[in-house]
Design a protein around this ligand. Structure first.
Ligand code: ASP
Length: 415
């Protein structure tokens, strides 16, 4: 367990991360050319994280499912996890819809000169049946090689489930190998985590150097609406859930999770952040390992509160921009499709923006509206990714609280 209490403040990871956030921003503003130059350090950090993802997801899910034991416990944790995902995401969307209906950021927005959909966006959104079919891999190795997370999750869950039901030497040996591999991967993660301050600094500096300030003036109100919604959800709704349902101190939990949150912010990828999220939950926060191994890999791709909130705000902003009034029934469709789109979005940069097509198509809004709001997407992506990871962490505490024997040590001792 990481004991940071006796260390000087500047040797504590959450302080180092905070300093690199501030220093990275300043460096990007004042030395943009040099910031471009150090960008490769951020890429290296990102590649190290990506290198870990697939083996981590597979081994931790198999271990998580196997350590939950019988099918009933797995089912119970699974149901609780799904209830949390659905409720927290729906709460996020409602916050976003309230904000966008109140602030109405789309009214003053100019349409982008073109009526075409930006490059890289396809109008044929994936249907639900297609999405479900793709969750089962036809080739596990292929899915792993392509870094497709959902099919790998399906295989790992089934593998763990069947493994947990079997007796005998063979299956026991397989489980030992999986657990041994997981231990090695986690030790490796611990090494990579130490590089987080450098990686975050370099990624952020380059990002700041690349994005101009002017676009934020034009799209300021829209940016503010998404930002306020995300801020409310992350700083009010989720801490309340954490405190009253998860029985954790939000401050201490936030501090323990801060390296993962800062990494989510600077990489804009929940999947790439997963190794850190698991490290923070299990070692800095002391959440039950079986629960964390189950809830977090799943959450990194399925539970995206920030993305869902963003989808709803962006869709309604585009409606306002075109002067289209959406009635209550249509807003309910936006809510539902935003929820589904957030489940379907991969934990990678810009996935939310691509999934916006699904929401717009569902209520018949012009897809070209995306061209206008795309300008500020990167920073919003960073904010929504941090919110996504924060919700995963909160969910882990909530689910863990209800598990027998999961009486985690108090946060104050951990962080
Ligand atoms: N980048 C987000 C994530 O990885 C997904 C999104 O684009 O909204 O969580």
């Amino acid at each position: 367990m990481m004991n940071t209490e006796k260390k000087a403040w500047f040797r504590q990871l959450h302080w180092q991360v905070l300093v690199s956030l501030v220093a990275g921003t300043a460096f990007g503003v004042f030395a943009p050319t040099a910031a471009e130059g150090v960008g490769f350090l951020g890429d290296l950090f990102l590649r190290l994280l990506k290198m870990i993802i697939i083996p981590l997801i597979f081994t931790s899910l198999v271990d998580g499912v196997a350590s939950l034991g019988d099918a009933r416990s797995i089912g119970r944790v699974g149901v609780r996890t799904m209830i949390y995902y659905t409720c927290s995401t729906a709460a996020a969307i409602i916050v976003g819809m309230t904000a966008v209906n109140f602030i109405r950021p789309g009214q003053g927005l100019e349409l982008a000169g073109t009526s075409a959909l930006p490059e890289g966006f396809s109008t044929t959104g994936q249907s639900l049946s297609e999405f479900l079919t793709r969750m089962v891999p036809d080739n596990v190795i292929g899915a792993m090689a392509e870094g497709q997370v959902l099919p790998v999750i399906t295989f790992a869950l089934l593998f763990g489930l069947f493994l947990s039901q079997m007796n005998g030497e063979g299956p026991a040996a397989v489980l030992r190998v999986v657990r041994g591999t997981l231990e090695v991967i986690q030790a490796l993660t611990l090494g990579v985590v130490k590089l987080a301050p450098i990686g975050i600094f370099a990624l952020l500096a380059r990002e700041v150097a690349r994005s101009g300030v002017a676009i934020f003036q034009e799209l300021g109100l829209y940016f503010l609406t998404v930002g306020l919604g995300l801020g409310f959800h992350a700083l009010v709704t989720l801490p309340l859930i954490l405190f009253f349902v998860g029985r954790r101190s939000p401050f201490a939990y936030f501090r323990a999770g801060s390296p993962a949150l800062a990494t989510a912010f600077s990489t804009a990828s929940s999947s790439a952040t997963l190794p850190l999220t698991m490290e923070c939950a299990e070692h800095r926060a002391g959440v039950d390992k079986g629960v964390a191994s189950f809830v977090l890999p799943l959450g990194a791709t399925v539970n995206m509160d920030g993305t869902a909130l963003y989808e709803a705000v962006a869709a309604l902003t585009i409606a306002q921009m075109y002067g289209i009034e959406l009635g209550l029934a249509q807003q309910a469709i936006v809510l539902l499709t935003a929820l589904l789109a957030s489940v379907g979005a991969a934990g990678i940069p810009m996935a939310g923006l691509v999934m916006l097509v699904v929401v717009l198509e569902a209520v018949g809004l012009p897809l070209a509206g995306i061209a206008t709001i795309i300008a500020v997407d990167r920073v919003l992506d960073m904010l929504r990714t941090a919110t996504n990871v924060w919700s995963d962490l909160v969910g882990t505490a909530v689910v863990a609280r209800f598990e027998d024997g999961a009486a985690a040590p108090p946060w104050s001792e951990e962080a």
